[in-house]
Design a protein. Structure first.
Lengths: 330, 282
């Protein structure tokens, strides 16, 4: 068993682009669910419209990437409004149902042949992010330590995505310590009480949903910029649920919660993957008789699932969450 | 109260008052076939304590919900402090100065006691998304904090200000809800069963707090079942049964009112034996 390689694989993924994209996705969810109590189970839909909006604006309308990025953001805002207008006046469950359905509808529509002229259908859209890579200031190969190394191209995406995570975490920090943030936390506790004190609860919920959606949209843009390719398969609802896992792992309603959670989640997913592959090769604990390397992709999620269960049992507030607040959760 | 004395002589359901802060006109609320609220006319005199009594299911809480915008009236209109408010959303009615509390206390459990109070302060610029990230709201926040702590001291909660509201006892939560409502500077405060579930030792202090609200110029309407409490603090009593105002008047007149007694005993319908026309019997 090569623990060094397992650790290095974990670190490489834990600070990589995927972890950063999930961190950004979870930062949006943290505002919506952690602070405001809005159960948005369709965050993947916000990533999708952000990503497709940007890619379509470059590829079909031939806009420069920076301008196309704002098209993607506008799409995320419109999606937030469309979902919020009919549901935010209703009970919380309706938002959950509508968001998850909307995300699936968007994914299936984007993938359909009928939409091929716009979205590329199953073929997707390739190579729209050239402008982004033209700005890459890095060159050569960057080695953090040991085998944890990134190409200049990779490093550029990683730096930009984590910078966005830092930027939005800082913005969220500023917002959540303000009276505005206090209203959101109060809405999470009991929106009728907030209404009875003269606050327009609907507007606050809408602001929370839309801002969280914009952050999700940016996560989607970075996801497809990294791949230079957008296709509907990138936006399965598992994105939403893994982002929730990261958020719960790190701690709800904590600024650094989603960031630490996403890093740890991807560290464990990758480290477990390498550990299982090595175990099969070496016949460790007889694991090779239970499954072979083609099953590892699924089994690693079982292991991660057990890990999250253990966390929820022994530390329900997450790693950074407040014990005091968790004791009085619903 | 002296002004109300003039009304006493003709105290009957819908009696006009010299200076009403709340005027309810022809308000109905039906749930399917059930008419839960059916008030022809009701006025609440400014700067008094008005008790709303009635048997279970009389429509007291529904009337509260309708008047404060938490429920829709099937029809009717009502005016608060001269403003027609029927159909306005709850937060707009609250901003005009008509604040309600809830039968089941709604303390915001995972906010501190102080944050519960600060939340309620009206007109905060830091509650605007665009101004929130910049710290200009800190000046008014400091002023609100001074006011919040003063109110918490008055309600014996100052020592708890940094604790989560979830850690308070039932009675303390009622106190917090009342203190929080006062942060809004209401003209009319509507308390839905403020004594429910409160430790008897705290009842007396709650009563004193309610009297103090009137003494500082506010109007109080409260729902209550305990007649001792009603007799003790109210200036005026309105009795509701099956959605209708069946009697109103000073507390002493209400306890002696036969319609009210009948409503509580459940024999309101049909003429009383003594009221039967002797001619018919013969």
């Amino acid at each position: 068993m090569d623990w060094g390689t397992i650790f290095e694989d974990g670190i490489r993924t834990g600070i990589g682009v995927t972890a950063a994209v999930y961190a950004l996705t979870a930062v949006g969810l943290n505002l919506q669910f952690g602070y405001t109590g809005l159960a948005n189970y369709g965050q993947a839909g916000f990533l999708l419209v952000g990503a497709y909006g940007t890619a379509i604006a470059v590829d079909r309308w031939e806009l420069p990437l920076w301008l196309a990025f704002f098209v993607g953001m506008a799409a995320a805002i419109v999606l937030g409004l469309l979902l919020g207008v009919p549901t935010l006046r209703l009970r919380a469950d309706y938002l959950a149902i509508v968001t998850i359905s909307a995300a699936e509808i968007l994914r299936i529509t984007a993938n359909s042949r009928a939409a091929q002229d716009v979205t590329g259908g199953p073929q997707g859209i390739k190579g729209f992010a050239g402008d982004f890579y033209d700005l890459n200031p890095f060159s050569g190969r960057f080695t953090l330590f040991g085998d944890v190394a990134f190409s200049a191209r990779n490093l550029w995406v990683i730096v930009v995505t984590w910078s966005l995570v830092a930027l939005f975490s800082a913005l969220l920090w500023l917002l959540m310590r303000s009276p505005w943030g206090r209203v959101l936390r109060a809405i999470r506790e009991d929106e009728d009480a907030v209404r009875s004190l003269g606050k327009n609860v609907y507007v606050y919920k809408m602001q929370s949903l839309v801002i969280g959606g914009i952050v999700g949209g940016i996560a989607g843009v970075m996801l497809v910029i990294d791949r230079q390719f957008v296709e509907a398969r990138n936006f399965e609802s598992s994105i939403t649920f893994l982002a929730y896992a990261a958020l719960i792992l790190g701690g709800l309603a904590r600024i650094a919660g989603p960031v630490v959670g996403a890093m740890l989640l991807w560290f464990f997913i990758s480290a477990t993957d390498t550990f299982l592959r090595q175990s099969i090769d070496e016949g460790f604990l007889g694991l090779d008789s239970l499954f072979d390397s083609s099953d590892v992709g699924a089994v690693r999620f079982m292991v991660v699932g057990l890990l999250i269960m253990a966390l929820v049992i022994f530390r329900p507030q997450g790693l950074l969450g407040s014990r005091r607040e968790a004791m009085f959760g619903e | 109260m002296s002004e109300l004395d003039h009304v006493v002589a003709r105290a009957e359901p819908g009696a006009p008052k010299p200076d009403p802060i709340l005027v309810v006109e022809d308000v109905r609320r039906s749930f399917g076939g059930l008419l839960a609220v059916d008030v022809d006319h009701l006025e609440v005199e400014r700067n008094t304590i008005t008790a709303l009594i009635g048997p279970n299911g009389a429509g007291k809480t529904t009337l509260f919900n309708v008047l404060t915008g938490f429920d829709h009236a099937t029809r009717g209109s009502w005016a608060f402090d001269g403003n027609p408010v029927a159909g306005l959303p709850a937060y707009r009615i609250a901003r005009l100065g008509m604040i309600r509390t809830f039968q089941l206390t709604k303390s915001l459990a995972r906010l501190t006691v102080l944050d519960n109070m600060l939340l309620a302060a009206p007109g905060q610029s830091g509650e605007s998304l665009w101004r929130a990230p910049f710290g200009f709201w800190r000046v008014e926040e400091r002023a609100n904090r001074v006011r919040a702590v003063a109110l918490l001291e008055r309600f014996n909660l100052a020592a708890k200000q940094h604790d989560l509201a979830a850690t308070l006892s039932g009675g303390q939560r009622k106190l917090l809800e009342m203190a929080r409502a006062l942060m809004v500077e209401p003209k009319l405060i509507m308390l839905d069963e403020p004594m429910a579930g409160v430790n008897p030792a705290l009842v007396q202090s709650l009563l004193e707090h309610i009297k103090a609200l009137r003494d500082e110029g506010r109007t109080v309407v409260f729902v209550e079942h305990d007649m001792d409490v009603v007799m003790n603090i109210s200036d005026w009593v309105v009795c509701l049964a099956e959605g209708q105002v069946i009697a109103e008047g000073p507390p002493a007149s209400i306890v002696a009112n036969e319609t009210v007694i009948d409503a509580y005993l459940g024999t309101r319908h049909g003429p009383r034996p003594s009221a039967v026309d002797p001619g018919e019997v013969l």
